[in-house]
Design a protein around this ligand. Structure first.
Ligand code: NAD
Length: 332
């Protein structure tokens, strides 16, 4: 099988090449993302592999179908960037990596919490300049505080397990409660209760048509003053402009974001020699209590190995006409 892998970095190549020793596929790596202007580069390939910010809209999928591409392999869990109806109509199978390492993402979310709470990012800067003042660095004990977990699937439960270890109370919201979360002692509540009672709110649900800007002006207003919000899920779950106002009003006390609604034009590239045009990003990143990471929560060696193994395994199953449990269809 010949596979065009879009938007690749050195770390993707390294792990795909290692894992491909078992599969012997022909891998073609592109450093640019899939979009209307780049779809034609997949000519001669059997399948295309993309990541979170590639464009798999109807127009792009139609171009891939015209090139004879039969399978679109997402090397991520979320598939909000794929027009599944169009894929179905065009006869393109879509497969994904539903879980590569929930712990990798959960540990990163908790890393953001600890860093923001204890101002480690600020201490790092201060001590490099021999400024050993502790003014402004006061945090809070996470022990006996309340964490509100929105989305209690694989990552949400992995985050809970860590936070339980800190001795936190766990509130949860998910339309489908998880027995694992209940076993960990999580209490399922409605969103207004979770907003009102949580000291830290962490998003672990997928982005769907129904929950765009789930966290917005209205939901911020229901939260505790000084609440910490962590988003390692998808940027558009949180209204970034509304978050600026909530930060100014000190409603949000700390904001950790591994994802950002307009990340497509920013993340995964070195923009340090450019003027960043995104004023919302600039305003947010100028706040001492806002911490961005550039969609790196998944980035561990274990996760990258698992991503490559599952992706090449999915493609092999589809090519051999076998049932692929990781196939996503318009109905799912
Ligand atoms: P999962 O499918 O195991 O769990 C998602 C859970 O969210 C499910 O229990 C589902 O019922 C629940 N859910 C769906 N809609 C909801 C809503 N509106 N409100 C509350 N809960 C809702 O998925 P997962 O593996 O735990 O991943 C969660 C999300 O994390 C993914 O969808 C993806 O967006 C994100 N993610 C981010 C990174 C990263 O590097 N930052 C990496 C992997 C996944």
């Amino acid at each position: 099988m010949k596979l065009a892998i879009y938007g690749t970095k050195n770390y993707d190549k390294k792990y795909f090449e290692l894992v491909n020793q078992q599969y012997g596929d022909e891998l073609v790596f592109f450093d640019f993302m899939l979009g209307a202007a780049t779809a034609k580069n997949a000519e001669g390939c059997d399948a295309v592999c993309i990541f979170v910010n590639d464009d798999a809209s109807r127009e792009v999928l139609a171009e891939l179908a015209a090139l004879g591409i039969k399978t679109l392999a997402l090397r991520c869990a979320g598939f909000n960037n794929v027009d599944l109806d169009a894929a179905k109509e065009l006869g393109i199978s879509v497969v994904r990596v539903p879980a590569y390492s929930p712990e990798a993402v959960a540990e990163h979310a908790v890393g953001l919490m600890l860093c923001l709470n204890r101002h480690i990012h600020r201490a790092y800067q201060r001590t490099r300049e021999a400024n050993f003042s502790l003014e402004g660095l006061t945090g809070f004990n996470m022990y006996q505080r309340t964490a509100g977990i929105i989305g209690t699937g694989k990552i949400g439960v992995a985050a809970m397990r860590i936070l339980k270890g800190f001795g936190m109370q766990i509130l949860a919201y998910d339309p489908y409660p998880s027995p694992l979360a209940l076993e960990l002692g999580a209490e399922y509540v409605d969103l207004p209760t979770l907003y009102a009672q949580s000291d830290i709110i962490s998003l672990h649900c997928p982005l769907t048509a129904d929950n765009h800007h789930l966290l917005n002006k209205e939901s911020f207003s229901q939260m505790k003053d000084g609440v910490m919000i962590i988003n390692t899920s998808r940027g558009a779950l949180l209204d970034a402009s509304a978050a600026i106002d909530a930060l100014k009003q000190q409603k949000i006390g700390a904001l950790g974001m591994d994802v950002y609604e307009n990340e497509r034009d920013l993340f995964f590239e070195d923009k340090s020699n450019e003027v960043v045009l995104d004023d919302v990003f600039r305003r947010l990143s100028s706040c001492h209590n806002v911490l961005f990471t550039g969609h790196q929560a998944f980035l561990t060696g274990e996760a990258l190995t698992s991503i490559a193994e599952t992706t090449l395994g999915n493609l092999s199953q589809i090519a051999n006409g076998e049932q692929c449990p990781n196939q996503v269809t318009a109905q799912s």
